[in-house]
Design a protein around this ligand. Sequence first.
Ligand code: PXL
Length: 275
Amino acid sequence: MSETTRNQPPVAMTVAGSEATGGAGALADIKTFTSLGVFGSLALTCIVAFDPENGWDHRVTPVDQQTLANQLQTITSAFDLDAVKIGMLGHPDTIRTVATAMKDLQPKHLVLDPVLICKGQEPGAALDTDQALKAEVLPLATFVTPNHFESLSLSGMESIDSVEDLKEAAQRIHDSSGAAVLAKGGVRLAGPDAVDVFYDGSTLEVLSEPKVSEVPVSGAGCSLAAAITAELAKGAAPLDAARTAKSFVTAGIRHRLSSHLPFDSLWQGGLAAEA
Ligand code: PXL
């Protein structure tokens, strides 16, 4: 059913895992879309339930490939999507299913949060995922938002210790993918500011906000990429989308939620609470 006279919100899809507490993953994405005035749909890739009896370790249950393909088919048949975000895929098979769907869909905006490992996981766990993500999904992305660890992996650099290093990483990742890049320094770069570097092949811009917290906050990466996706869905230019997303996340960190978890969780209502 369609009524052309009605003012409809833009529609975005996230392809992401559920993290049950709602700090990160698909729930963070959908809350972000809603907060920024975008209708969200979800193709669920896996279910993460932290284990409170074992140091809040990650327990990951993948969604089977046919069920994921079905969700992608439903959503892409129902909507002319304004933008797509890809979050945690977690397994090479999942990467292949999603890459196949995205090759067919060719979305105008495909924002890739190249989630390799979550806080507290061992880097080695991600190697096969890492290769498949680089080979199959990165070339399809129009925008990619690597954190410090992911920037090392995607750029092939040995270390990223300064803003100059982060600029080089952003340039290398753009050169190999063709995507606009927001390489995030976060709390991994020393200094009073949380610094990210934007590069799209012509504009190199350092985005900087005073650090709110010296420890990582759950959901910051997911919400940043989701906010970029929402802004692109609304028609923003990539650099403007990155700027708005950074303000959204900084306010969300200021208003973060403490709990029994060993880390705080970003609150997507932060920016609205400050308005
Ligand atoms: O923050 C990365 C992330 C993304 N998606 C899911 C997660 C996590 C980290 O815990 O669980 C589903």
